[in-house]
Write a protein that binds this ligand. Structure first.
Ligand code: MRU
Length: 343
C-alpha cells in the first residue's frame, strides 16, 4: 500500500483520497493551511489518519514561524494548532494528536527555537510510527475472533487509508488473512461519500483480499440469509461508557447485527478513546454540506435542486449493541474500557 500520509522533503504528502479509485494522486501540502483544507475536504480522512496529518500540519506550520523568541513562537504555534483543530469536530484523534504536539512544545521550552522545530517534526513522525505499530498489534488481537471461512461485514473505511497504515477494522481483516484464514469481506458502499465503495473495496483489492461490494440497504437481507458471520467497524470517538461514534450508518448495522445474533466488533486504538466524554450523547456530530447527499461525489445529481437535506457525517452506536472493542491492549467489553485505559 502507498502511504496515506508522510513527511517528504519538508512538505506533508497526502494520498489524495478524494480522487480514489480513479486516480492514485498525491497532494503535497507546503503550509499548514493546505493541510487544514485537505482534512476538511476529505482528501485525507479516517480518525487516526487525520490525527497524524494534523500533527504533521503543526510541525509544518512551525517551520514557517520567523521569530526565534520562544513566547512569540509559542503563541503563533498555538494559533496554528487552533486552526487545525477547527477542521472536523468528531474524531477525537485530531485533538489528541494536536495535544501531543502542544505537550512537545511545552517540554522543549528551554531549547532554541530551531531545535524545537526539529523536535516537532520528530514527534509527528513518532505519532505516525506508533499508529502503524498499534494497528498491527490490534490486528493480532482481533484476528483471534475471526474463524477460517467467515465473512466479515464492514462499514465505511477503517483501513490503511484511514490510518497511517495497516488499518483498524481492516487491520483485523489483514491479520486474519496473513494468518492464512480464508475470509471474505462484505463492504457497505457507505453513502453519502462512498468510503466503502471507493476506498475499502480499492484497498482490499490491492492486497488481494476477497471483497464484495453491497449497497448499505442490503446488509439486513444478507444477515437474514446467514451470509454475514461478524461485523467489524472502526471508530471516530469512544466515550467513557463505551458508546461509539463512527460513520453514519454504523448504528443501523449494529442494530441489524443484534437482531440477527451476529457479533458486532469495533476496532480502535487508545487515541480514539475519550474518557473525558461520559457518553455518546456528548459527542459532537459533524454536519456536512447538502451536495454530498444530492449528488454522487459531486458528479451525478440525484435530487431536485433546493430539496431539504440532512447530512450528519457520523452516528452513535450505544454500548449495548457492541459485542467487544478490539484495541492494541486487548479485546474488552465496552463497559470495561474506562477501567483499562485510565492513565
Ligand atoms: O468521514 P470519514 O471518512 O473521516 O469517516 C471515517 C470513519 O468513520 C471511520 O470508520 C473511522 O474514522 C475509523 S478509521 C480507522
Amino acid at each position: 500500500m502507498v502511504p496515506t500520509v508522510e513527511w517528504k522533503d519538508g512538505a506533508v504528502r497526502l494520498l489524495d483520497q478524494a480522487q480514489l479509485p480513479e486516480r492514485v494522486a498525491f497532494l503535497d501540502c507546503r503550509d499548514y493551511r493546505a493541510v487544514a483544507r485537505a482534512i476538511k475536504e476529505l482528501r485525507v480522512r479516517g480518525a487516526p489518519a487525520i490525527g497524524v496529518t494534523a500533527a504533521m500540519g503543526v510541525a509544518l506550520g512551525a517551520q514557517s514561524i520567523q521569530s526565534t523568541d520562544f513566547d512569540v513562537f509559542s503563541k503563533e504555534l498555538l494559533e496554528i494548532c487552533h486552526a487545525l483543530a477547527a477542521t472536523r469536530p468528531t474524531a477525537v484523534n485530531l485533538f489528541w494528536a494536536i495535544e501531543r504536539m502542544k505537550q512537545t512544545l511545552a517540554a522543549c521550552r528551554q531549547l532554541p527555537v530551531e531545535d524545537i522545530k526539529r523536535r516537532l517534526v520528530e514527534e509527528s513522525q513518532r505519532i505516525l510510527d506508533e499508529d502503524i505499530a498499534m494497528n498491527k498489534t490490534m490486528g493480532r488481537h482481533g484476528a483471534a475472533l475471526v474463524k477460517d471461512g467467515q465473512t466479515i461485514l464492514t462499514h465505511c473505511n477503517a483501513g490503511a487509508l484511514a490510518t497511517a497504515g495497516y488499518g483498524t477494522a481492516l487491520g483485523v481483516v489483514r491479520a486474519a488473512w496473513e494468518e492464512g484464514k480464508k475470509i471474505k469481506v462484505l463492504a457497505d458502499e457507505t453513502r453519502p461519500v462512498l468510503q466503502g465503495a471507493r476506498l475499502t473495496a480499492w484497498e482490499l483489492m490491492q492486497d488481494g483480499i476477497p471483497v464484495t461490494l453491497i449497497t448499505d440497504n442490503m446488509a439486513g437481507a444478507l444477515m437474514r440469509q446467514g451470509l454475514v458471520h461478524l461485523c467489524i467497524v472502526g471508530a471516530d470517538r469512544i466515550a467513557a461508557n463505551g458508546d461509539v461514534a463512527n460513520k453514519i450508518g454504523t448504528y443501523s448495522v449494529a442494530v441489524l447485527a443484534k437482531a440477527h445474533h451476529i457479533p458486532f466488533y469495533v476496532a480502535a486504538p487508545y487515541s480514539t478513546i475519550d474518557l473525558s466524554t461520559p457518553s455518546g450523547e456528548q459527542i459532537p456530530i459533524e454536519q456536512r454540506q447538502a451536495e454530498e447527499v444530492t449528488s454522487i461525489c459531486g458528479k451525478a445529481v440525484v435530487a431536485p435542486a433546493g430539496v431539504s437535506v440532512l447530512n450528519p457525517a457520523f452516528d452513535v452506536t450505544p454500548a449495548e449493541y457492541i459485542t467487544a472493542i478490539i484495541t492494541e491492549r486487548g479485546v474488552f467489553k465496552p463497559g470495561e474500557l474506562a477501567g483499562r485505559f485510565r492513565a
